[in-house]
Design a protein around this ligand. Structure first.
Ligand code: SF4
Length: 296
């Protein structure tokens, strides 16, 4: 699990996105591109039109796969929260993913992830607290009976994890040795608990799915994901999911507090309030700094 530092963990803590990545308003990478927010239908998402005066443009410069990604991103001009900027972070993530996929394709490999293949959506999915809050708000905003249906899936998942005695470990993996946390990922997968958002083996929240879901792409056959055996993943050299885990957290803290997706409602019962609003540009620069420290 990515609960320590900014390095991605391999294997069972990763999972697939349920779809082929979409472009993020990026046709090529140079200083003239604007990475458009990828909408998760957040009501406070920044508009991409800086002429409105409510947004400002923040430059992006990232080393990716031996090249430099230069672009700009639109962020709220005033005080805001990481949650209100999720679409911006998704846009940056998708740009990096797009470059990674292009690189893989140039090597003659093809992405095998397809809609209707949800084998990896039974893996442990550690998401950022920002995304946990976003998904809780999404579920709570659903009309009945849909809301109760989704929440009952979460409850069933938690019940199974409780029966397996995994609650404490999953809620605070940083208290365990890395090997124990890794073993828990394998055990979690063995339980075969589907993500509560999985519908007919496809992601039911495609536009809103966590960034770590977008970052999991493979070129090996689906059966290997189903067996966690010989999975050939696409290396994503800059991990927006990990940067988001660290965003706004005390840099002196030795771990990040990612949240298992299936446990978000349990986490919310004791969660700290979100950090106070800050200028959008400040949040964006911190995110980009953290992003630059991930991968290699
Ligand atoms: S949110 Fe759930 S169903 Fe959607 S891609 Fe992620 S793990 Fe799969």
């Amino acid at each position: 699990m990515q609960h320590d530092r900014t390095r991605p963990a391999p294997g069972p803590f990763l999972f697939r996105s349920g779809s082929f990545p979409r472009k993020a308003g990026l046709t090529h990478v140079d200083g003239s591109d604007t990475l458009q927010p990828v909408t998760g239908e957040h009501p406070e998402s920044p508009a991409s039109d800086p002429s409105a005066g409510t947004v400002e443009m923040v430059p992006v410069e990232l080393t990716v796969l031996g090249g430099t990604l230069r672009a700009t991103i639109p962020v709220p001009r005033g005080a805001t929260t990481p949650g209100a900027m999720l679409d911006v972070f998704r846009g940056v993530a998708e740009a990096v993913i797009h470059l990674s996929v292009s690189s893989v394709q140039r090597q003659g490999r093809a992405i095998s992830c397809r809609a209707g293949c949800g084998a990896c959506c039974r893996q442990l999915v550690p998401i950022s607290e920002t995304e946990a809050r976003d998904l809780i708000a999404y579920v709570e905003g659903l009309a009945e009976p849909r809301r109760s249906e989704i929440k009952s899936r979460f409850a069933r998942a938690v019940e199974r994890l409780d029966t397996a005695g995994m609650r404490d470990l999953l809620m605070a993996p940083w208290t365990q040795p890395v090997d124990a946390a890794r073993a828990a990922g394998v055990e979690y997968f063995r339980l075969g608990i589907p993500c509560p958002f999985l519908e007919n083996e496809s992601c039911g929240i495609h536009l809103r799915r966590p960034i770590i879901c977008r970052e999991y792409l493979v070129t090996s056959p689906a059966e290997r994901c189903a067996n966690l055996d010989g999975v050939d993943g696409v290396r994503i050299p800059r991990r927006a999911s990990i940067a988001l885990n660290h965003l706004g957290q005390d840099p002196a803290r030795s771990h990040t507090r990612s949240v298992p997706l299936t446990m978000i409602f349990e986490w919310a019962k004791t969660a700290q309030p979100p950090p106070p609003p800050r200028p959008g540009a400040q949040i964006a620069r911190e995110f980009l700094h953290l992003l630059d420290r991930t991968g290699g």
